[in-house]
Design a protein. Structure first.
Length: 182
């Protein structure tokens, strides 16, 4: 209580106690109804929050795998083809230790097309390979990276949904990058 205004201080405490009592017991006297509702809603919010975090980590790990494949392709572009060195560049590209360069980097002779690169015979690589249209062939390197993502918690929603999104114990993550080196 304050010496200046004892009535205001007492009414402030009373109103706070009344608000807490109304929350705990309910304004209409139903004991614990608000706490029960709060417990249910907060549990659902925590489950949703964990699922959103897990889904975000899945996408983040996929981006790391893609980054690792691109780092290996960048290494091949800068220094040439060396399967072991490119594999090292892939595994050292991120802090995600589960990434591997699998399958091994592949060097091939090819022609660019509107949908990617088409392989041509290896003998044509020494000379200028014959490609359709005005395309000029060259030597390409394909770098692949893969990893496995383990979710925080497996949610069994198979009875509700027919797909198995968020129900598997692990998810394979793969990415590849192709770059012309010559």
């Amino acid at each position: 209580m304050s010496k200046l205004d004892p009535i205001a201080s007492e009414s402030g405490i009373t109103s706070k106690r009344s608000a807490v009592r109304d929350f705990m017991i309910g304004a209409n006297g139903l004991a614990g109804a608000a706490i029960l509702e709060f417990a249910i809603v907060s549990a659902l919010l925590i489950i949703i929050f964990v699922a959103i975090m897990d889904f975000g980590m899945l996408f983040f790990r996929q981006m790391e795998v893609q980054h690792a494949a691109q780092a290996g392709a960048q290494w091949a572009l800068s220094y040439g083809y060396s399967s072991s060195a490119i594999s090292s560049a892939v595994t050292n590209a991120t802090s995600f230790t589960a990434i591997s360069a699998s399958p091994a980097p592949n060097q091939f002779c090819g022609c660019p097309t509107s949908t990617g690169v088409t392989s041509v015979s290896a003998g044509a690589c020494g000379s200028s390979p014959t490609c359709s249209g005005a395309a000029v062939g060259g030597t390409y390197v394909t770098v692949s990276a893969q990893a496995t993502y383990q979710p925080f918690a497996v949610v069994n929603v198979g009875a509700i949904f027919t797909s198995n999104v968020f129900t598997a114990n692990s998810y394979p993550l793969t990415a590849s990058a192709t770059v012309r080196v010559k």
